[in-house]
Ligand binder design. Structure first.
Ligand SMILES: [Zn+2]
Length: 299
């Protein structure tokens, strides 16, 4: 039987590259993972053993074994986790009490207690790590193009006054029915920047924080930060889009999504190359405590 390494070495370069999810590029560049860590052996009595592309989690496990005795960076240990007590949520009353206790108003209740628990966990983690969370939360049964969650902000275009701002959970989305396996699929194909169970909600927190430091074009075409105007739709250059691609495929779709995906990635303990961090700061990306501190201009 071939070893994974032998099998991998025999593959064409194009196959080798395809085996690596975009979100693993930084780990590869830093030498924490090697291409052959992505070779995963599937054992099957009926069909026989075969090699296939492993997930990032499996690659990290493989890397650990490979460097046995060498300590790898333990992402989970460097970030504060769940120091704010989250109660076991067994009813809507539990959920209401919890969100009230952290100052979050919930409108349009919907969904199941498992979903409320996950959402509560995400809010608790955010509160612990950063000291603040958006104050309004809404549920919506109808899923918008398969969306899991959203951040919505509405501003009076004449006066600039804020009309409403909330995080929305699409409670009927397939995601909330089986979050772990749906998330694994999405992360494995490079679409999201982290495997954190909180990811889709932290992503919306990223949009929310970004909205506090930028000025939106009143027609929704662009945003202004630090005296510069940026498009909501386009990076304006291939180089910037390629940089955003290092974070995730979703992050490469537009500057606001790049901010939200990078924020969620940083919050999950990911580290990024200098060009990613430079682009994040150029657009006004929210500071994350785990990364190097930066000064923000008083506004
Ligand atoms: Zn988004």
């Amino acid at each position: 039987m071939q070893t994974g390494r032998q099998w991998f070495d025999a593959q064409p370069d194009a196959v080798k590259r395809q085996m690596v999810p975009v979100s693993a590029y930084d780990d590869l560049a830093a030498g924490r993972l090697r291409l052959d860590d992505f070779v995963h052996l599937d054992r099957n009595d009926r069909w026989g053993d075969r090699y296939r592309q492993g997930s990032i989690t499996q690659a990290k496990e493989a890397a650990k074994k490979r460097v046995a005795g060498v300590t790898l960076p333990q992402v989970a240990e460097v970030q504060p986790r769940r120091f704010v007590a989250v109660p076991q949520i067994t009813s809507r009353k539990d959920a209401e009490q919890y969100f009230t206790s952290i100052g979050v108003t919930v409108e349009n209740w919907g969904g199941a207690k498992e979903t409320w628990q996950l959402v509560a966990n995400a809010y608790a983690d955010e509160l612990t790590a950063t000291g603040s969370v958006p104050g309004n939360l809404r549920f919506k049964a109808g899923s918008n193009k398969g969306d899991v969650a959203a951040y919505a902000r509405s501003v009076n275009t004449s006066t600039g006054d804020l009309i409403s701002e909330y995080v929305r959970i699409y409670s009927n989305s397939t995601y909330w029915k089986d979050p772990d396996s749906v998330r694994k699929q999405i992360v494995d194909n490079g679409f999201w920047s982290s495997e954190d169970p909180n990811h889709p909600i932290v992503h919306e927190f990223g949009h929310w924080r970004h909205a506090q430091v930028i000025t939106q074009d009143k027609f929704g075409f662009g945003f202004k930060y630090d005296g510069q105007v940026f498009s909501n739709k386009s990076f304006g250059s291939t180089a910037r889009r390629v940089t955003a691609q290092k974070v995730s495929r979703y992050g490469a779709t537009s500057p606001p999504e790049f901010i939200a995906e990078t924020y969620a990635g940083l919050r999950s303990g990911n580290t990024y190359d200098q060009d990613v961090m430079d682009l994040y700061r150029l657009y006004g990306g929210p500071e994350v405590k785990q990364s190097e501190p930066r000064k923000r201009k008083a506004s």
